[in-house]
Design a binder for this molecule. Structure first.
Ligand code: DAT
Ligand code: MG
Length: 138
C-alpha cells in the first residue's frame, strides 16, 4: 500500500453555506485521513498560482473573483489512491449534471454565474497534488 496525498479546498460557496463539516465528514467516512487543515482568505497571487493552467480562459477572471470572495478551507488528505478517490467523491465539474451521491451532485447546482460554483476542489494528478500542497501549505 502506498500513501498518496491530495489538496482539497472547500471553496467560498461551501464555507458560506456551512458545508465544511459535511465535506470533512465525506472525506473521513470514505476512509481518508486528514493530515492538515486550515481556513484562510486567499489573495490573488496565491490563486493565480493555483489556477495557472486556466489563465486566458473565459472563466478565469470570474473564477479568481469567486475564490477571492470569502474564506477557503484547505485540507491535505492522505490515503491509498486518494487523488482518484476524492475526485470521485466530488463528482464532475458541472454540479447540475454531477451524479447524485457526490458532493457536487448532492450539494450544488449551476446558478447561471460566469464561473461554476461547485463547493470543492481536488487535485487531479500526483504532480498537481504536490504542486498545490506547496502553494497552500508552503
Ligand atoms: P475541476 O474543479 O473539476 O478540476 P477545472 O480544473 O477544469 O475543474 O476548472 C476549475 C474550476 O473552474 C471548476 O471547478 C469550475 C470552473 N470552471 C471550469 N470550467 C468551466 C466552464 N466551462 N465554465 C464555467 N466555469 C468553469
Ligand atoms: Mg481542476
Amino acid at each position: 500500500m502506498s500513501l498518496q496525498r491530495t489538496l482539497i479546498l472547500v471553496k467560498p460557496d461551501g464555507v458560506r453555506r456551512q458545508l465544511v463539516g459535511e465535506v470533512i465528514r465525506r472525506i473521513e467516512t470514505k476512509g481518508y485521513n486528514i493530515s492538515e487543515l486550515k481556513m484562510i482568505q486567499p489573495d490573488r497571487e496565491l490563486l493565480a498560482k493555483h489556477y495557472a493552467e486556466h489563465e486566458g480562459k473565459p472563466f478565469y477572471e470570474p473564477l479568481l473573483e469567486f475564490m477571492l470572495s470569502g474564506k477557503v478551507v484547505a485540507i491535505i488528505a492522505e490515503g491509498h489512491r486518494v487523488i482518484e478517490g476524492f475526485r470521485k467523491l466530488a463528482g464532475t465539474t458541472d454540479p447540475t449534471v454531477a451524479e447524485p451521491g457526490t458532493i457536487r451532485g448532492d450539494l450544488a447546482c449551476d446558478q447561471g454565474t460566469k464561473v461554476v460554483q461547485n463547493i470543492v476542489h481536488g487535485s487531479d494528478s500526483p504532480e498537481s497534488a504536490e504542486r498545490e500542497i506547496a502553494i497552500w501549505f508552503n
